[in-house]
Design a protein around this ligand. Sequence first.
Ligand code: GDP
Length: 296
Amino acid sequence: MFEGLSERLSGILGGLTRRGKLSDQDVQNALREVRRALLEADVALEVVRSFTDRVRERAVGAEVVKSVTPGQMVVKIVNDALVEMLGAEAETINLNATPPVPILMVGLQGSGKTTTTAKIARRLKERDKKRVLMASLDTRRPAAMEQLAVLGGQVEVDTLPIVTGQSAPQIARRAMEAGRLGGYDVVMLDTAGRVTVDEALMDEAAEVARTVDAHEVLLVADALTGQDAVNTARAFDERMGLTGIVLTRMDGDSRGGAALSMRAVTGKPIKLIGTGEKVDALEEFHPSRVANRILG
Ligand code: GDP
């Protein structure tokens, strides 16, 4: 995670800390390199711009340059600006509603949505001691419904029995009813995915969100798709109001563009990240820890 970017930034900032004294010009030069490194990591241009403006405002000027350890002060300023860019505080799934709490999972096909649904269900069961029911709403792909049932068996979380011939909102209603009758705390609804963002996909997910009055609407997006993931998030958010993002395949993401841009562009928090194929490969997203990881 973030290896490429981390290496670049440590090189640039390490160069600053090794020098005893710094001029404003040194800081400006380093900032120009930081800007280039962020762009190469596929961070959105607008985000890079506001980030470097913020750092420049704080780092260029008498105080930093005159201090005893100017390099370290610049590193601290960069660190703080990164944390702010990532949303400052970690946010988790909100279950603060009358049970069963409906959580809607949306996203493109192949993003890792079904796997992530099972990972979250497992986490809620193990860590939060919640009773969870999962249901697949993918009426066009019976294999997706089967996949969720298999994953349910693996993580030992119940899945709604499959009934053919029902529409997605009908299945969602049936899941909520089963959730109420069965005394479940959470009902996770895995909506259908498609290869690209299209109207039918949006319409269906938005209708389900309204039908169950979804408490969380989580977009699952593939970190490796960089700015496409951010654009997908923006499209879904405009249509149905996301409450958070889960970024998958962070284990293979050495650049970090999606993770670093998501919050600043969409205003929505990354609530969890997928870090592998296994059902326990799911972690919280802590802005300060991420910044530490990037800056070494
Ligand atoms: P869906 O079409 O969006 O439901 O995607 P799936 O849940 O079927 O996942 C597609 C593939 O991505 C599967 O092989 C998953 O094991 C894999 N996958 C999901 N999340 C992650 C992740 O965080 N890291 C890695 N390396 N693979 C993942």
